[in-house]
Design a protein around this ligand. Structure first.
Ligand SMILES: [Zn+2]
Length: 147
């Protein structure tokens, strides 16, 4: 069993429980959609790689990420929280477009420049950084230098 979980990122919104006014209760055309409605948009828009990055890096998922990219999916990856900047570089090398938790990025000036030039979003999570023990307190969190 993998130490890292690949997950789907969904655009799905709202409750799955139909209400009296939900589209599922309205009259539907032969396509299963309400008459005169636009075709449904795909609800899966990307994949994400998460989990304990110390047990498995990004590289084993290169082929999966390449297949997902060919299918038009967006790619996100948890990297560099409990590992160093090299894990973030590895995530970028397999095509990740967004990096989760990425705390160690601030330790590498050139990586920060690269992330800026690529306009790579960083999904930062100070609470996770405290819970995983990579940062002892909010008072000393390195988030301010990121901005
Ligand atoms: Zn994390």
């Amino acid at each position: 069993m993998s130490a890292v979980n690949a997950s789907w990122v969904s655009r799905s919104t709202g409750s799955s429980t139909p209400s009296a006014t939900s589209p599922s209760r309205r009259r539907r055309g032969s396509s299963g959609r309400p008459p005169n409605s636009a075709p449904p948009t795909p609800s899966i828009v990307g994949i994400g790689l998460g989990g304990d990055e110390r047990r498995a890096g990004s590289e084993p998922f290169r082929a999966l990420f390449a297949e997902a990219a060919r299918a038009g999916l967006r790619l996100t990856n948890h990297a560099g929280e409990t590992t160093g900047p090299e894990a973030i570089r590895e995530a970028l090398a397999i095509g990740s477009e967004r990096i989760g938790h990425a705390l160690s990025a601030v330790k590498d000036f050139h990586l920060m420049q690269d992330l800026k030039e690529r306009a790579t979003p960083l999904e930062l999570n100070p609470t996770s950084n405290l819970r995983t023990g990579v940062c002892p307190s909010f008072a000393v969190h390195p988030l301010p230098p990121v901005f």
